[in-house]
Design a protein around this ligand. Structure first.
Ligand SMILES: Nc1nc2c(ncn2[C@@H]2O[C@H](COP(=O)(O)OP(=O)(O)OP(=O)(O)O)[C@@H](O)[C@H]2O)c(=O)[nH]1
Length: 710
């Protein structure tokens, strides 16, 4: 037996949900309401316990009808089990037609809800129990029909409960439960069509076929990502197409040895991680381009960490091998530091020397991609409704919403109804990456489609629905859900609530992105943080790098549910904005000890009241002056918020904190000022700091104590 909802179990045991809930509470099992699910073992425990209770006392007592479970004010009589359904049916065998009797007991007028069937003697319960089947909602009319009542009766009942409804109004499950109980009917909640639609189907192996791998190219600036993508595409354009075809959409397919490979055409780990942050896992293999004349650079390292965080296999393309100063061995050597050991050196990372200029090595690279995809056993069932991910989407003036989709399984056809993210539509036209009209698209195929009612977002999932009604229904429900999620999002991790979430068993890893001004700090921190892992939680540093906190760090944290620890570095404005939007916790420190203590305390639930920094404003240094006896004074322009004379200030250069201290002077036109607001110029002097330079950012901040809630 799998999970069961409380109300389903109540039905099975023929007790009211309310009684069952009380019972469950007695037993000490924690459930919220009648819609809560119970694992099989707990359901069994409850059943056992119910049996015992039944034998012990309930059967001895006269069984009064239960009160309505969902209207607390109604009850005053003792509660107990409902009529046994078996007997009940027996009593009613030849008595299918006496609704009137029932009505008598339901009462009329004002007190209708109150004294319903409480004093109803067993022998005269003449009703066939109605059974209402509902998905996620049902209209008043349909409910009345299922209850064998007039819609007006249902509406009246709703009114008594303080709910004004029209005949076509959709009622939710909770309301239906109440009404059904009022009419003495049972309710069965069927899985919604959406749940069915999105349920992961266990594919039996015989339905699965190999599918092309989906590849993303990453690497440091100028190492040749775009050139490589271009060369690969070029090499695969047949003679007849050459010159005549320009690529159409953000992904393309090539063939090598008769097998297809799909390349996503937005290179870089930024796009890759942005997708992941939205929950979309599209890439099967990451190609990491490293220029042989340049070596492993900061973004190479970022790309490695981004790919590893996503658990995507990496193939190294050592590019620019045509250059005279290229040195593949040096690159291999450098990569060992990141645990990427070339196969020739006894490791398991495939490294292919290539030239995006001459095309040398590209054939081998494609072969290696196919090899890795074979090992990964990438398979999908092409014979089912298509599902996949939005790669990109836009509003085209002439054509309306246009979306590039990657089919991940199934086969998509012209005319299919689709749910895409929170929008929907019907495929009017479908184009392949060369802009040719096609009728079907199978697993791993990138396609452009027309016919959606709105523009979805990159990273949204899509699925083909059987009909328009379902597609619309599901899209609408998802819209509501997304809205709700945005309000109550608790997806992301923060040091503040980590303890509670570990205890709840929600998380087992504390993922950390570490940024610092120098490599030495990173090493020291890594070692200390590693030691904080315990049986319940593992401290996992998924990325560490030198430099200010950037948007990519925030996106990686968002995608990997990580927090960011910064040492002597600050988030730039973009990173701050994204962090706020994505709800990523950024903690910055000046002292290693403080950070370790914070993480330690957070993991043990002992984080003390947080002294939270509050940003006040930022000024940019436009000019500096040496003033005799005073020191360096900066002519500044306030770019955000305001600078207060009383504020603490921090001097930030390229994301790195150069100094942290107090203001010495704040002036407007030679006059001392208490504060200077955005858009104004001012002169700033900083206590015991004379190294101000043009372009520095002076951040003004203050402290505020925030009580923690654990
Ligand atoms: N000699 C040589 N030059 C190359 C090769 N691959 C790329 N280049 C050159 O390197 C420069 C950068 O190449 P891109 O393909 O733009 O590099 P990228 O990684 O896409 O750069 P961004 O988009 O800025 O991140 C260009 O001038 C290319 O012509 C190669 O294999 N050999």
């Amino acid at each position: 037996m799998s999970k069961i909802r409380v109300h389903e179990l109540a039905k099975e045991l023929e007790v009211s949900s309310k009684d069952l809930l009380a019972k469950i509470e007695d037993i000490g099992i924690n459930v919220k309401n009648h819609m809560s699910t119970l694992p099989a073992n707990e359901a069994e425990r409850i059943k056992e316990s119910m049996k015992k209770t039944e034998n012990n006392d309930i059967t001895k007592s006269v069984k009064p009808e239960t009160d309505n479970e969902a209207i607390p004010k109604v009850k005053s009589e003792p509660q107990g089990f409902k009529e046994n359904k078996g007997n009940f049916n027996k009593n009613n065998k030849n008595n299918n037609n006496n609704r009137n009797n029932k009505n008598k007991f339901m009462g009329k007028g004002k007190n209708k809800g109150k004294h319903k069937h409480i004093s109803q003697p067993k022998e005269v319960m003449p009703e066939v129990k109605r059974h209402v089947v509902i998905e996620e909602s049902i209209s008043v009319q349909d409910l009345a029909h299922q209850l064998g009542k007039k819609a007006t009766e249902v509406i009246k009942k709703l009114m008594v409960l303080g709910y004004m409804a029209t005949i076509n109004q959709e009622l939710d499950i909770e309301t239906v439960m109440i009404i059904a109980e009022e009419f003495g009917a049972t309710v069965e909640v069927k899985t919604s069509k959406e749940d069915e639609l999105f349920a992961e189907i266990e594919e039996s192996p015989e339905n699965l076929q190999n599918r092309p791998p989906v590849v993303t190219i990453m690497g440091h600036v100028d190492h040749g990502k775009t050139s490589l993508l271009d060369k690969i595409r070029e090499a695969n354009v047949t003679a007849t197409e050459a010159g005549g075809i320009t690529q159409h959409i953000g992904a393309y397919q090539v063939e090598s040895n008769g097998q297809k490979i799909t390349f996503l055409d937005t290179p870089g780990h930024e796009a890759f991680t942005a997708m992941r942050a939205r929950g979309a896992e599209v890439t099967d293999i990451a190609i990491l381009v490293v220029a042989a004349d340049d070596g492993v650079m900061p973004q190479t390292v970022e790309a490695i960490h981004h790919a590893k965080a996503a658990e995507v296999p990496i193939i190294i393309a050592i590019n620019k091998m045509d250059k005279p100063d290229s040195n593949a061995d040096r690159i291999k050597q450098e990569l060992t530091e990141y645990n990427l050991i070339s196969e020739e050196w006894g490791g398991d990372t495939i490294m292919v020397p290539v030239s995006a200029l001459t095309g040398d090595g590209i054939g081998t690279l494609l072969e290696m991609i196919l090899l890795v995809s074979e090992v990964q056993e990438l398979k999908a069932n092409p014979d089912r409704n298509a599902r996949g991910i939005v790669i990109e989407a836009e509003l085209d003036k002439g054509r309306g919403p246009v979306a590039t989709l990657l089919v991940q399984s199934g086969t998509m056809k012209i005319g299919d109804f689709l749910v895409v993210g929170t929008t929907q539509g019907r495929i009017r036209a479908m184009l392949d990456y060369k802009g040719r009209n096609i009728k079907t698209a199978g697993p791993s195929a990138p396609v452009e489609i027309l016919g959606l009612s709105d523009v979805p977002s990159a990273g949204d999932d899509f699925i083909v629905a059987d009909n328009e009604k379902l597609a619309k229904q599901v899209a609408e429900r998802r819209q509501n859900e997304r809205h709700h999620k945005e309000i109550t999002s608790r997806n992301k991790i923060s040091l503040d609530d980590i303890f509670a979430r570990i205890k709840d068993g929600e998380i087992k890893d504390l993922n950390i992105v570490l940024k610092a001004d120098v490599q030495g700090t990173i090493e020291a921190l890594k070692q200390s943080l590693d030691k904080l892992s315990n049986d319940e939680v593992r401290v996992n540093i998924i990325h560490a790098g030198v430099g200010g906190i950037k948007e990519t760090d925030v996106m990686l944290s968002s995608a990997s549910h990580a927090i960011i620890l910064g040492f002597n570095v600050r988030p730039d404005n973009n990173a701050k904005k994204v962090a706020e939007k994505e709800d990523v916790d950024i903690r910055t420190y000046r002292v290693i000890y403080d950070a370790i203590e914070d993480v330690k305390a957070a993991l043990s639930g002992l984080l003390s009241p947080e002294i939270k920094e509050v940003d006040l404003g930022q000024a940019e240094v436009r000019q500096t002056f040496k003033v005799p006896k005073v020191g360096t004074v900066a002519g500044c322009y306030v770019i955000e918020g305001k600078i207060l004379r009383s504020a603490k200030v921090r001097v930030v250069r390229d994301g790195v904190v150069m100094h942290d201290g107090n203001l010495d002077s704040l002036r407007r036109f030679k006059e001392d000022a208490k504060e200077v607001a955005t858009g104004y110029e001012c002169g700033i002097g900083i206590e015991r700091y004379n190294d101000l330079k043009e372009g520095d950012i002076i951040e003004a901040y203050t402290f505020k104590e925030i009580k923690r809630e654990l």
